[in-house]
Design a protein around this ligand. Structure first.
Ligand code: FAD
Length: 651
């Protein structure tokens, strides 16, 4: 290879224009389901932002000429998570029955389980699992806890996909990915240690060649490893132009205006704006009155056009929307990710699924076979039967959507809460002496039937945005290596970046990696619609994500990769071994201005929900923090348990 840098390339064909489905390999046998030809619903005249999700799915079925089946969910891979890629169709339908009012009153024919728990946790993501574990430890012997989660496996956004490619088992994350090495005496570090993550610095694959080593990262995010920028038709380059070492070369050769170049270079230099000194100081409060977009423009002297074209999902991506809809404080809210800033972020092969599995193994030791080592927890299968055993102090009930909760009597005086959940088309009732709502704002606000106005108004200020994480298994990544890069970014088409990462050894088959290794490319798709409110953007994005058939996304993935990499040897029909789509309808908490510190003299919505339990119900989930990180999920879960123990349970 000629050094580690790729040269600007101006030759090669544009498969988006030239290639048909056959050239893209749409008919090749890969690990996905084969679907009937489907057309994008939008072309059928359905108004995406006015139709309900159920209508969108029904219309999709009609377009595909078939009755309801699970072709929308698509292939889920192999292993424990094979039936649980993103929000599956079953999850989505159960959730939207709540929103559409099917459970406004308790359904008839509810099966009485006769069960009473000291704590019922709604939501089996990291927040709910952490709450259950902390409760098990602190409430004392004899106290019981049930976790209800609507997916076929626990973990929430912290789940994995697994592929089998040419005899190799490949693992990737479905959502929540990296963790940080923390201060050694911090609460989170102690929590990690208590679940068996004693050594948070993981060991990773080593370079195997052939050829000189190229730097790789430990996470799927672009970092200091060599990467390129791609400019296509949107920039008047139908044949595509690559730029390597973009910042080192000061964007020389980028097909963009001089103004955009100058502004992008400014975006890379330190900002002149004063950063908040602590959360809640005057600077952070001012930032929370403006959008992130206005903050970037003001602090860096960059035009709105440049922000929207190049920087928006970069800056706002961790919050799911473009910068125009987010609070300016999101630029600094990431202290939850903080950790030791000089340490490289860490990642299990399956992302924070590893953390979820460690919590479950600690709480229910038989849930995963073997001693509690990182290797066993990453590699051994989940024993689903052990999760919900009669008589156990801690139980996890899957495929169970909580749809109706209400105190039995006046909230402040009642002795219990009735919880109704649906499972396999039937409704069940359990009693809870206390409840932690860890499922997230989008269902919590609907299912607590006696939720008072102040909490209801608080939840009305939470906006969640969709995200689709497409995991694409490829037989090798020579096409990137040949260009001297291990990651890249682009500004048109599907997704915006991808990065090859070395995997932690605790959960991967191969101790080495090289350009010939099969790997999973993760493409994150966000749905920002600049100019609309955060709430509207969430609705529009979900409609688009729900209504796009698998086959259409598959085509777009093949087109995107072909357009960018065909000239360096990528062949979609030969190289793509499998595709899994993880569609998350309410992936990210997207804090709008006013979310962090309140507006119009009112307190911040998260504070209203954190301040105290409502009767016997306390609130958790990452969204209360306005920070997209699992550490906040754990902290919120822990705080909710403390509230339940301090103020709710009397014996
Ligand atoms: C694409 C993406 C990438 C991310 N990357 C990172 C990262 O790199 N590092 C990091 O630390 N964080 C990351 N995050 C943030 C992530 O949100 C947190 O790390 C964490 O996984 C959230 O856990 P949680 O339990 O708070 O919420 P969730 O994971 O959303 O868990 C809530 C669970 O409750 C279920 N539920 C909701 N309502 C009900 C109901 N009524 N009945 C039953 N179940 C219900 C949900 O379906 C879900 O399973 C990422 C998030 C996304 C979307």
């Amino acid at each position: 290879m000629d050094g580690k840098r790729m040269r600007k390339r101006e030759t090669g064909g544009n498969a988006r224009a030239e290639g048909g489905d056959q050239a893209l390999g749409m008919d090749c046998g890969i690990t996905r389901r084969d679907f009937l030809n489907a057309s994008l619903l939008a072309s059928g005249g359905l108004l995406l932002n006015s139709a309900s999700p159920a209508e969108l799915l029904a219309a999709q079925d009609a377009a595909q000429g078939k009755s309801s089946d699970d072709s929308w969910t698509g292939y889920g891979g192999v292993g424990d998570y094979a039936n649980s890629n993103g929000n599956t169709r079953a999850v989505l339908e159960a959730g939207h029955q709540i929103r559409d009012g099917l459970f406004d009153s308790q359904p008839t024919g509810v099966v009485e389980t006769g069960e009473t728990y000291d704590l019922v946790v709604v939501g089996g993501g990291i927040s709910g699992l952490a709450a259950a574990l902390v409760f098990q430890r602190q409430a004392g012997k004899g106290k019981t806890c049930l976790v209800l989660d609507n997916h076929p496996i626990f973990g929430g956004e912290a789940k994995r996909n697994e592929f089998l490619v040419d005899g190799h088992r490949l693992t990737a994350h479905q959502g929540s990915a990296l963790f940080q090495v923390n201060y050694p005496h911090s609460f989170i570090e102690r929590f990690y240690q208590s679940i068996g993550l004693e050594k948070p610095r993981l060991e990773y694959q080593k370079w195997a060649g052939p050829g000189p080593e190229i730097a790789l990262t430990t996470t799927p995010y672009l970092a200091s490893a060599p990467y390129g920028l791609y400019f296509g038709a949107k920039f008047g380059q139908p044949q595509g132009v690559w730029l390597s070492d973009p910042w080192g070369k000061k964007l020389e050769g980028a097909p963009i205006s001089a103004k955009a170049r100058e502004e992008l270079l400014k975006s890379q230099s330190p900002s002149s704006a004063l950063a908040p000194r602590y959360r809640g100081d005057a600077i952070s409060r001012r930032l929370d009155t403006m959008t992130l977009e206005d903050h970037i423009m003001e602090s860096r002297g960059i035009s709105r056009e440049t922000v929207r074209t190049f920087l928006s999902t970069d800056e706002g991506g961790a919050f799911g929307l473009g910068a125009d809809a987010l609070s300016g404080y999101t630029a600094y809210a990431f202290d939850g990710f903080g950790g030791l800033a000089d340490e490289e972020p860490q990642m299990f092969p399956d992302g924070n699924s590893g953390i979820a599995r460690l919590i479950v193994k600690t709480m229910i030791p038989e849930a995963i076979a073997g001693e509690r080592t990182l290797e066993n927890v990453c590699r051994n299968n989940v024993n689903f039967a052990a999760l919900d055993r009669a008589g156990a102090a801690a139980r996890i009930r899957l495929d169970s959507t909580a749809v109706w909760l209400k105190h039995d009597g006046e909230p402040e005086k009642s002795e219990s809460v009735t919880v109704v959940y649906t499972r396999g088309g039937k409704s069940y009732r359990v009693k809870a002496r206390s409840v932690i709502m860890a499922g997230g704002s989008w269902t919590t606000k609907h299912i607590i039937r006696d939720l008072p106005d102040d909490r209801r108004e608080a939840y009305a200020q939470f906006y969640r945005s969709p995200c689709m994480l497409a995991n694409v298994a490829v037989r090798n990544w020579r096409f990137l290596y040949k260009m001297g890069i291990s990651g890249c970014q682009w500004f048109e088409g599907l997704g915006t970046y991808l990065q090859i990462r070395k995997l932690a050894l605790c959960g991967t088959d191969s101790p080495t990696i090289g350009p010939d290794s099969p790997v999973v490319l993760t493409i994150k798709v966000l749905y920002s619609h600049p100019g609309h409110s955060a709430e509207e953007q969430g609705h529009m994005g979900r409609a688009e994500m729900i209504s796009t058939p698998f086959r259409e996304y598959e085509r777009q993935i093949r087109q995107q990769l072909t357009e960018m990499f065909a000239r360096s040897g990528f062949d979609a029909s030969r190289d793509i071994a499998g595709i899994i789509l993880n569609r998350w309808g309410h992936a990210y908490a997207s804090p709008a201005p006013g979310f962090y510190f309140g507006k119009d003299g009112k307190p911040a919505p998260g504070e209203v929900l954190r301040a105290a339990p409502f009767g016997r119900i306390a609130f958790a989930n990452v969204d209360l923090s306005g920070m997209p990180d699992h550490k906040s999920s754990i902290i919120e879960g822990n705080r909710a348990v403390e509230q339940v123990l301090d103020r709710v349970l009397r014996d």
